[in-house]
Design a protein around this ligand. Structure first.
Ligand code: NAD
Length: 403
């Protein structure tokens, strides 16, 4: 809400539109029992927030994490509303989650829990209504179960009810790397504007889907990935990490920690080290008023959602550190989700080259539009992205006669 206020302070918006955007349209909290492997039944809490469908069906991922609660899901659903408007895909914003540590579930328990959660929200999702996708703790496997559960419940195949599916279950080529690839396109367009050397020294916080791919793509593009981390710790190698080898090490051991030849560091050290580019790719609220004065990066590419607190954001602005904000930087994920949904609507399957070409167009148009607002209003890229989104949301809300 602070981010929305900041953007609205720059340019006059109809207060009625603003008021609509301050509130989610629908919040749903469910509890559902799941049979665990030991035969006992356990109750889980699930959430789905449908923030806005002003620009199209609600769209947003499903998160499995022990810290998931209604507040977090609501914030994430709001950001999805902004993000789909920034990249101009015909969706609104939503998000969902289950309060659980998925690593503590067996494969069978994870599947039964996913299916039970979907049954608990089946009446509010649909390819023309609300389209979930992966987020932290979920991936293609869960998406395939969701599509299957919905088709069983309704007796019709409707693969577009969820995106981020495996290729063989109606997924799109390029979806696995889409978020990072979209971040690369935004970075390429903006990096020249700052004093960022090439090759750049890069640190990536979080080594899941988004983090692994961005590390790989940056290294392939000639940058030096000197540090990465995950929830179990971080590693630094000043002359550059072999990203493929770190990925294999994580697959084998469950963490990047202990990678041979690298120095072990805490997440705090990883963030504040001497780097040109910092890529937060883990969770919210990692860059705070406490560590922002000590960050030594020239540019921050926010692949995670909400990694920077509003207080930290003000400090970074003052310090002249360029921030490519989450609502632009990680929008490649939802952009390719849109392309997957589009393919599902017609039964098409595009080659990866076509998907990436379309993604590049979507991301470069969005980045150009954000930069244009930043120059026009003399603001940072985050406020510029919010202004762009507010313009598009206002038009949609007014054209529908909601105000
Ligand atoms: P993921 O579950 O695949 O990976 C998350 C990673 O973060 C893991 O490596 C985990 O160990 C690490 N992590 C967790 N807590 C940490 C901590 N305190 N310090 C350091 N590392 C920590 O999730 P993901 O899909 O890669 O998503 C990561 C971020 O990117 C989230 O904020 C998500 O909302 C955002 N995002 C993802 C996508 C996507 O398509 N995957 C799209 C848009 C935004």
């Amino acid at each position: 809400m602070k981010q929305l206020d900041d953007a609205a302070a720059v340019i006059a918006f109809d207060p009625a539109v603003f008021e609509i955007l301050r509130h989610p349209q629908r919040t749903v909290e469910t509890t559902f029992p799941v049979k665990m492997d030991d035969g006992a039944s356990r109750i889980f809490s699930g959430y789905r927030v449908q923030y806005s469908n002003a620009r199209g069906p609600y769209k947003g991922g499903i998160r499995y994490h022990p810290a998931v609660d209604m507040d977090e899901v609501m914030a994430l659903a709001f950001w999805m509303t902004i993000k789909t408007a920034v990249v101009n895909v015909p969706f609104g914003g939503g998000k969902g989650g289950v309060t659980v540590d998925p690593k503590k579930l067996s494969l069978g328990e994870r599947e039964r829990m996913t299916r039970a959660f979907i049954r608990s929200i089946d009446d509010i999702i649909g390819s023309k209504k609300d389209v979930p996708a992966p987020d932290v703790g979920t991936g293609p496997e869960e998406m395939a179960w969701i599509a299957d559960e919905v088709s069983r419940l309704r007796g019709v195949a409707d693969p577009g009810v969820v995106t981020g599916k495996p290729i063989e279950a109606g997924g799109s080529e390029g979806r696995n790397k889409a978020t990072a690839q979209g971040g690369m396109y935004a970075l390429q367009a903006i990096r020249a504007a700052g004093d960022v050397p090439s090759p750049a020294r890069v640190a990536v916080q979080g080594f899941g889907n988004a983090g692994q791919w961005i590390a790989r793509l940056l290294a392939e593009g000639g940058d030096l990935v000197v540090g990465v981390s995950d929830s179990k710790g971080g590693i630094i190698k000043e002359d550059g990490l072999d990203v493929a080898a770190v990925t294999s090490h994580k697959e084998a051991t469950g963490s990047v920690a202990g990678f041979p030849g690298a120095k072990t560091v805490t997440n705090a050290e990883l963030l504040t080290g001497e780097r040109d580019i910092l890529v937060p790719s883990a969770l919210e609220n990692q860059i705070t008023a406490e560590n922002a004065p000590r960050l030594r990066a020239k540019l921050i590419l926010e692949l995670a959602n909400g990694p920077t607190t509003p207080e930290a954001d003000a400090i970074l602005r003052e310090r002249g550190i360029i921030v490519i904000p989450d609502v632009l930087a990680n929008a490649g994920g939802v952009a390719v989700s849109y392309l997957e949904w589009e393919q599902n609507r017609t039964g098409a399957h595009w080659p990866e080259s076509e998907v990436l070409e379309r993604l590049a167009t979507i991301m470069s148009e969005a980045t150009v539009a954000v930069r244009e607002r930043a120059l026009r209003y003399g603001v940072d890229f985050r406020r510029a992205a919010f202004i762009l989104a507010l313009e598009r949301l206002s038009e949609a809300i007014k054209s529908k006669g909601w105000v």
